[in-house]
Ligand binder design. Structure first.
Ligand code: PGA
Length: 248
């Protein structure tokens, strides 16, 4: 049985004070250790949040990581810097990074490798736009996004990685994929990996993201190839994030 994972992606929200309240609220409500749980916080809140989560079941993640290890890359944050704050995870290839900031399949693959070099688990985000779905390109887009990483890192690298399927049309729009729509793509991703390495495919956590909420999480998480969620808006409130976690 794969262990489930629920990850909050705060994006560019909150203040230092609200971050502290949110993390304390989540920790207070964790209860039984039923699954893995993490929050991906803005970089500048990592020092504070890493203190707060110490010795708790709540893990820490970053929302991106540089594609280089160090040097003259103004504004970037390296994997080694993230590991100084006990980051367990780093998102790579989030659709907002791909569409607003020009992160390409190749740079995402480089970020994935940089994270792993510091023993940070990359959470590789993949997913199609509405236009791509309507043109039946969903699987082709996902192939290309996965292949970029497989070509650079090799399939064995997925032994220490997480994949998040996030249909772009469902992110922040309130339009969740149906349980069956999500399951169809999750199964496709797992089979794609299985064709190269069955053991890794059986083991890898594949998360769903895109308007996941307390009222739809249970149905999504009940699907055989959905191993948890990457939660944006609903992770900004401790109660709703915990409700999603407890839907596992
Ligand atoms: P959302 O965001 O839950 O607000 O749709 C998910 C994500 O972008 O990771």
């Amino acid at each position: 049985m794969r262990r489930s994972l629920v990850v909050g992606n705060w994006k560019m929200n909150g203040t230092l004070a609200s971050a502290e309240l949110l993390v304390k609220g989540i920790i207070a409500g964790l209860g039984e250790n039923i699954a893995d749980i993490a929050v991906c916080v803005p970089y500048v809140y990592l020092p504070k949040v890493s203190e707060l989560v110490k010795n708790t079941a709540l893990a820490l993640g970053a929302q991106n990581v540089a594609d280089k290890s160090s040097g003259a890359y103004t504004g970037e944050i390296s994997a080694a810097m993230l590991s100084e704050f006990s980051c367990k995870y780093a998102l790579v290839g989030h659709s907002e990074r791909r569409s607003y900031y020009g992160d390409t399949d190749e740079s995402v693959a480089a970020r994935f490798c940089q994270a792993q070099e510091q023993n940070i688990t990359p959470i590789l985000c993949v997913g199609e736009t509405l236009e791509q779905r309507e043109q039946d390109q969903t699987f082709a887009v996902i192939n290309a996004q996965l292949d970029a990483v497989i070509n650079l890192a090799g399939i064995a690298a997925f032994d220490a990685a997480v994949i998040a399927y996030e249909p772009v049309w469902a992110i922040g729009t309130g339009k969740t994929a149906t349980d069956e729509q999500a399951q169809e793509v999750h199964r496709y991703i797992r089979q794609y990996i299985a064709a190269k390495d069955q053991a890794i495919a059986d083991k890898i956590q594949i998360l769903y993201g895109g308007s996941a909420k307390p009222d739809n999480a249970k149905g999504l998480f009940a699907m055989p190839d959905i191993d948890g969620g990457l939660i944006g808006g609903a992770s900004l409130d401790a109660e709703s994030f915990l409700k999603i976690y407890h839907s596992i």
